[in-house]
Design a protein around this ligand. Structure first.
Ligand code: NAD
Ligand code: WQD
Length: 339
């Protein structure tokens, strides 16, 4: 059985990917320091999982701890999720972002090399496209960053490309996620942001459940059909499946890849609000406020390369994303914390 090590394993996307990998027949070992997640996730995963939950609490920047974990489990590949991800916070705390996101990546790669493990799936982001010149976004579109978080993803990809040049034995898959939303269909795991949510769907979910009074819509004067920002929302279950496909590819082919994981379909803020109201049967009051600095008008993927290379495509629609998010939010109004 092939062993896969997930860093940031208790996080939102990794926890869903854990279940998908197990279902696909991999042995999964999770590593996390819970800097942005809860140990309760592991209990929920144990309920849902088809195999035992194997987990080590560690910081990916800690070389000695990671060495020990690699020595014990001997993974054949790593899916590297561990990172900080709040764009605004990265502007006020750039060093923390560079240390954790790039220090953690470099340390993980060094440990991998010492243990002869040279396959990594890396959580990249559509943020590497900066302000798009042309839509849909293909993988060969120009890249740029406008904040330290985005810079860590651009540099993370570069580090992995450089590794592949230095040693063609290294194989890496940079997965550029568009906007991950939704939750596991069981309603037992999902996104549980600390403090005020930065992202649209978790905010809308908290309004629907009554934790917040109303949504602030950041601008309705963009050059989009209804004036609000347009994004490519992708169900986290589809995203998880994309990791299984990328890992399979790395294990079966030589070389490396960089692919978009998106649906190819853009929805506006107001489209999402209406879909959430329909899924939840609750009203989502909103008010239009000025644009959020750094936001772009519209962004959606060309998902063709992932279809061709990985035989993967997103299947779940916006209604399903909202239904699954709502089940999670409704059943766990305070996330993984007790009420
Ligand atoms: P998340 O915060 O829920 O998960 C990240 C996990 O990594 C958390 O459990 C956190 O505790 C852990 N972690 C962070 N630093 C660590 C360290 N030094 N050592 C050990 N564990 C550490 O975030 P997510 O939304 O699941 O994102 C996962 C990955 O996908 C991140 O790399 C993120 O940048 C990337 N990504 C996320 C989105 C999104 O919108 N959610 C979009 C594109 C890319
Ligand atoms: C979506 C739309 C907002 C909140 C961010 C990161 C990106 C990636 C995913 C990690 C936009 C509008 C939002 C709110 C609103 N993360 N909005 N009111 O900005 O596309 O991407 O998360 O890699 O790097 O930048 O996602 O969910 O924040 O916003 O009107 O309270 O919703 O203006 O149009 P975004 P988002």
């Amino acid at each position: 059985m092939t062993t896969v090590l997930l860093t940031g394993a208790a996080g939102y996307i990794a926890s869903h990917t854990w279940l998908a990998l197990q279902k696909a027949g991999y042995r999964v070992v999770g590593v996390d320091n819970f800097v942005n997640s809860s140990p309760v996730v592991l209990e929920r995963l144990a309920e849902l999982a088809s195999a035992p939950i194997e987990f080590e609490r560690a910081d990916v920047c800690d070389a000695a701890a990671m060495d020990e974990i690699f020595g014990s489990y001997r993974p054949a590949a790593v899916v590297h999720f561990a990172a900080y991800k709040a764009v605004g916070e990265s502007v006020s705390q750039p060093l923390a972002y560079y240390r954790n996101n790039l220090g953690g990546l470099v340390n993980t790669c060094e440990v991998m090399r010492r243990h002869g493990c040279t396959r990594m799936v890396f959580s990249s982001s559509a943020t590497v496209y900066g302000a798009p010149e042309k839509l849909p976004l293909r993988e060969d579109a120009p890249t740029s960053s406008t904040n330290p978080y985005g810079a860590t993803k651009l540099m993370g990809e570069q580090i992995l490309r450089d590794l592949g040049v230095a040693d063609p034995g290294w194989q890496t898959a940079c997965l550029r996620y568009f906007n991950p939303v939704g939750a596991h269909e069981s309603g037992r795991i999902g996104e549980d942001p600390r403090g005020t949510p930065n992202n649209l769907m978790p905010y809308v979910a908290q309004v629907a459940v009554g934790r917040r009074e109303k949504l602030s819509v950041f601008g309705n004067d963009y050059p989009t059909p209804d004036g609000t920002g347009v994004r490519d929302y992708i169900h986290v279950t589809d995203l998880a499946q994309g990791h299984v496909a990328a890992l399979r590819w790395l294990l079966a082919n030589p070389g490396s890849l960089t692919v978009n994981l998106g649906t190819g379909q853009g929805y506006s803020v107001l489209d999402l609000v209406r879909a959430y109201e329909a899924a939840s049967g609750r009203k989502v009051p909103y008010e239009v406020v000025p644009r959020r600095p750094g936001d772009i008008a519209a962004c959606w993927a060309d998902p063709k390369l992932a279809r061709e290379l990985l035989n993967w495509e997103a299947k779940l629609d916006l209604a399903r994303m909202c239904e699954d998010s709502w089940r999670w939010q409704h059943d766990n109004p305070h996330g993984f914390k007790p009420a």
